[in-house]
Design a protein around this ligand. Sequence first.
Ligand code: DAS
Length: 356
Amino acid sequence: MQFKLDIRKLVTGLGLAALTSLAIAQAAKPNVVILATGGTIAGAGASALNSATYAAAKVPVDKLLAGLPELANVAHVRGEQVSQIASESFNNETLMKLGKRVSALVKQADVDGVVVTHGTDTLEETAYFLNLVIRTNKPIVVVGSMRPGTALSADGALNLFNAVSVAASKDSGGKGVLVTMNDEINSGRDVAKLVNIKTEAFKSQWGPLGMVVEGNNYWFRAPVKRHTAQSEFNIDEFDALASVEIVYGYGNVSTIATDALAKSGIKALIHAGTGNGSVADRVVPALQGVRAKGIQVIRSSRVPSGFVLRNAEQPDDKYDWVVAHDLNPQKARILAAVALTKTNDSKELQRIFWQY
Ligand code: DAS
């Protein structure tokens, strides 16, 4: 029997099969929501040569996404403009509004991951905050850029693509809040902005969790501190953060700032000490006075790496002070502001600083 090959039917069949598989692949793509808050990643400069002189928080999220059609290769994305500010102007209210929105989104079955575009100045604080209070195992990725999209060799587009790619990846789940900058995937807990004038700006003293290259994740370690789904904190259970401020240690420091803050109604004072969280001898009595008012005293260090030892530079047991472990002063403020929504017991606070 002779088969008469009908080429037209074959091509039509193959074409339909290809379209069907394409449609299935497209439908299978994860859904990622991008929450835009402002910053340089939404910035604009006067010319391509303005990589450092520009206005932050100018480009709306829809325009950001329209400028990156490659995002469709990795996920179905949609954007929401939560705020449009430079991140040095974030405050507790901005943090809470963003956190409540993230918490609502991760509960939705049609949301597989969330990306937050953010200014770099306080990005590390927001990433740590979300790491503490969002009860989810879904990927949450915070991303910024050091150059505006109008500049030569702008870093925002690839940072954003990487962030969406990581947020769309199942293997990104359960690792806490992540930060994708400069091809690295860092823990939102560990990462800090250590350089203020180049694209390789963010580092974790304990190293990145991995790298993302051409849409593929390469993992090399996992977080050991409590976060997200394993956290005892839940943003759905509180509506405001505790008031916590920071004083800085340096040669010739006076007690003017400490004394003023002691009368300001704060719940905790972070001391960014020299070396291993050292406190000048003339400041010790002032901090003891702060503690005597029922305000928590938490020793951090102005030194970017290492960690503060309890009862080493200061008799913390005797003074009833807390140490911030390896958290820099600004992250210590975030953890204290969250922890004080649940406890004002200094021993409980110390346990929390060891665990988070
Ligand atoms: N001012 C900085 C901020 O918004 C700009 C940036 O680097 O994103 O954090």
